[in-house]
Structures are given as C-alpha cells and as structure tokens.
Design a protein around this ligand. Structure first.
Ligand code: ADP
Length: 459
C-alpha cells in the first residue's frame, strides 16, 4: 500500500501514542482495582477485629457475649454496605452465632483458605468479599469469626471502568490519527508548494523561484538552497545559450565573408592579382574558422561529464616551456621580441603534458600577440610550497582593469576595436581556464594598461 507522507507520520505518531495510552490505561485500571480491594479488605478486617473483642467462649465454642447490645447496635448504625458476621466452631461446621442481616442464610467456611486471608466467595449467587479470623485463647483455636461484605457494587465499578477504557482506547487513537494527519498535512504544505514550483520550472521558466515559508526553519533553509541551486542552473544555462549564440555568430561571420568575396569574384573577369588577393583573404578566413572549430572542440571535449583525459602523459615542466617557446621563434623574431626564460636552480617537476601545454601555449601566444614590438617577454619559473609557479610577463598593450575579470569568458575580447589588427577569437583564455580546472591549477592576472601584463600560473 502506498501511503502519503502525512499518513505515514500520522500512523507512526498514532502507534507511539497507542503504546503510551495502553500503558497509562493499564496503570489506571490496576490502581483503581487495587484501591477498591484495599478499601474493602481493610473494612472487613476492622469489622472482624471489633467483633472478635465481643466474643466469649460458651461450652468451648465462641459466641457473642452481649448479643442484645450487639443486635441493637447493628440496628442503630446506618450501613451503606452491610457487613455479614458469623461465628463458627473450630471445625467450621457449626454456626454458633450470626448477624441478623444474614437471616436464614449462612456464610460458607473454606478450609483451604489461610486465616485472615481476603478472598471472593458467593452468598446466594451474590459476589461477596470474605475473611475468616480465628478465635484464639492461649494459643488454641476455639472457632472462627467470618465477616463478609457484598462485592457486587465494587465489581461493577471495576468492570465498568474496564469497559470505558477499552471503548475509549480505539476512539482516542482514531481521533489522534486524524488530528496528527491534519497537523502533518499543515507542516508539509511548504514542501508541497516547493514541489509544485519546481515542477513548473522548466528550461523556459527558469526565472521562477520557490516561495519562502514564514518561519526561518529547516524548510526555509531547503527553499534557500533550492533557490540558489536554481540561480546557478539559470546562470549555467544562460552561459550555455550565450556560448552557442556567440559560437554560431563567430562561425557565420567568416562564412558569409568568404561567400561575399567569392560572389564578387565570379561576377566578372579579374586580374591575377585580384584573384590571388581574394583567395588569400578567403584562405585566411578559413584558417580562422579552423582555429575556432579546434578551440570549440577542445572546450566541448573537456566539458564536465565527458572529459577526455586519455592523454594523461606527464612531462617535465622545463622541457614543456622550451617546447612552447620553440613554437613561437618565428613570431618572436618577426616582432623583434626578446624572450628571457629564468628557471635557475629549479629541480624539474612533472606536470600534465596535454593540459600544461594548453595553458602555457595560449598564455605565451597572447603575450606575444599583445606585446609591443622590440619589447621583452620574461618567463619566470619558481617553486613555491614545492609546486611550480610560472610567471609570463609581457610589455604590451595591457588590459583595462574592469575587463580583467571577464577575459576568461568565451568570446570576450577586451577593447577588440582598439586593436583590430591583432587577430583573435576570444577563446584562448577559456581554454586556459578549462585546462587549469582539469589539473587543479590556479591563474592570476595583473595588468597595467599600455604597460604590460603578467599571467601567474600556480601548477
Ligand atoms: P584572443 O583570441 O582574443 O586573444 P583570449 O581568450 O586568448 O582571446 O583572450 C581574451 C582577451 O584578453 C583578449 O582579447 C585580450 O583583450 C585580453 N588579453 C589576453 N592576454 C593578454 C595580454 N597578454 N595582454 C593584453 N591583453 C590580453
């Protein structure tokens, strides 16, 4: 059977209460029963002791010594629960005296009962409580005084109490079930609201948020963390949307530009230079597209979930930096940039070849791209806390302070119009960031506009 949460809470609560109430009822019942018995037994004992004092021996058998006075007193006293008194000989067979309220009846003597023991018996089918007290003189038993009282009324109280408790028990539990079900329903209402809101939230309704409950309790915390999760999801989806639209824009632009160039080219006969010029331009655009596609593939491949770490080869950091520098010898010479690499006293350290290369290659490429001609680029390799730290310092155009936090965003180019001649896609540093995340590296950027930029990579 599939129970709702509030039903389950109500049932657990009811079961726990059922045990407690059952125990409480049992205690009440036992206490009342014991009190009733105790009251009756002490009355019986008292009566037996009184009558014992009024007994004397006649022919070796106990009798009441002043029967008239005794009978008179019996008549005088108003007795709510009349006491039956009977005197018997030592064998318990002959009745020597008895109270007038017994009339023709007599109380039975029970040989198997202990002296002074209280027990239940019957007098003419009526339930009575009885006690047999021996009449002793000098240690010898001459007979017995039996006192008894009707037990019907007390028994009635006990039985009635038992019935009341038995009937109340399920009634209490049923009422309790519905009350706790109602209360549980009220307390989980905020959860139902959270479920309804989250059900409504889809890719197209990401701006909806869970309403906060009035009390600052656990449910408030839950709503808070769901809302902050939704904030993060919304931001991630927004980033993804932005990325897709930027990527398609970046790819569409060179395609339309190549198309336009070729369309103009075939309209009429051209000179050889014209053809060479336009085709070279188109090839340049195709190269740009290839770079973008390659960079996009890197970012897509290394997206969380399908990270491609197949190339997990480790390599020595100094030789990796040398390898990256060698790639740019031509470009460095073309801009007449002097490159200084300081790695003195550094013991070699192994880093991830694939991601290490991606980081160093992109940062150095930028340093060369954005450095002024005839300047110096310095690569400093140091060890800090037994980890390598690489600083790539250029003397170049620098980055506007406000843009430093944005340069790792895909397709972001700081003041791109200001340096149109420097080609770029805005994806290089996104790759650097992805690669750094993959190997747990950290990157810091310091830059002064028109002076230069320093990238510090903590491997
Ligand atoms: P891009 O292909 O445009 O170089 P990146 O993602 O590599 O793209 O860099 C993003 C932007 O950060 C660049 O467009 C540039 O404005 C800025 N930038 C990065 N490195 C440097 C640097 N060494 N000097 C000045 N600006 C830089």
């Amino acid at each position: 059977m599939k129970l709702s949460f509030k039903d389950r809470i109500a049932i657990y609560y009811m079961l726990a209460t059922a045990l407690i109430v059952a125990f409480a009822f049992l205690v009440v019942f036992i206490l009342v029963k014991q009190t009733v018995y105790q009251q009756l037994d002490s009355d019986l004992h008292y009566e037996a002791t009184i009558h014992l004092q009024e007994t004397t021996l006649e022919n070796g058998r106990p009798v009441f010594w002043d029967k008239e006075e005794w009978e008179e007193r019996e008549h005088r006293e108003v007795q709510i629960n009349p006491v039956f008194v009977q005197v018997m000989d030592s064998t318990g067979t002959v009745v020597t005296d008895k109270s007038p309220n017994l009339k023709k009846d007599q109380l039975s003597f029970f040989q198997n009962k202990e002296d002074n023991e209280h027990f239940n018996a019957y007098l003419k089918n009526e339930l009575i409580r009885q006690i047999q007290v021996p009449v002793k003189m000098n240690g010898k038993v001459y007979g017995y005084i039996i006192t008894a009282m009707s037990f019907e009324a007390s028994q009635d109280v006990i039985v009635r109490l038992a019935w009341i408790l038995i009937l109340c028990y399920p009634l209490i539990l049923i009422v309790l079930f519905f009350i706790s079900r109602f209360l549980a329903g009220r307390s989980i209402k905020p959860i139902q609201e959270i479920t309804q809101t989250t059900n409504r939230i889809s890719r197209d309704h990401l701006n909806e948020r869970v309403k906060f409950p009035d009390n600052k309790d656990e449910l408030y915390d839950l709503s808070l963390s769901i809302n902050s999760l939704l904030d993060r999801v919304e931001q991630a989806i927004e980033r993804e949307r932005q990325f897709t639209s930027d990527a398609s824009h970046e790819l569409r632009t060179p395609i339309s530009s190549i198309r336009g160039t070729l369309e103009v080219l075939i309209r009429k006969e051209r000179t050889r230079e014209d053809y060479e010029d336009k085709i070279t331009y188109s090839l340049g655009e195709i190269d740009r597209m290839s770079v973008i596609i390659e960079q996009l593939l890197f970012l897509a491949r290394n997206d969380d979930g399908h990270r491609l770490l197949d190339n997990s080869r480790q390599t020595e950091i100094i030789s990796l930096i040398d390898e990256v520098i060698n790639e740019y010898t031509v470009k460095l010479r073309r801009k007449n940039i002097q490159l200084v690499f300081n790695a003195e006293g550094i013991k070699n350290f192994q880093i991830h070849a694939y991601y290490g290369y991606a980081i160093l290659n992109n940062v150095l490429e930028n340093a060369i791209k954005y450095a002024y001609a005839d300047s110096t680029i310095t690569i400093d390799l140091k060890m800090k806390n037994s980890r390598p730290v690489v600083k790539i310092i250029d003397e170049g155009i620098g980055i506007k302070e406000d843009d430093i936090s944005k340069i790792f965003n895909p397709f972001f180019r700081s003041e791109g119009l200001e340096h149109k001649h420097i080609k770029g896609t805005g994806l290089g540093l996104s790759i650097v960031q992805k690669a750094a995340q993959a190997i747990g590296a950290r990157i810091e950027v310091d830059s002064i506009k028109y002076k230069g930029t320093t990238f510090t990579i903590y491997f």
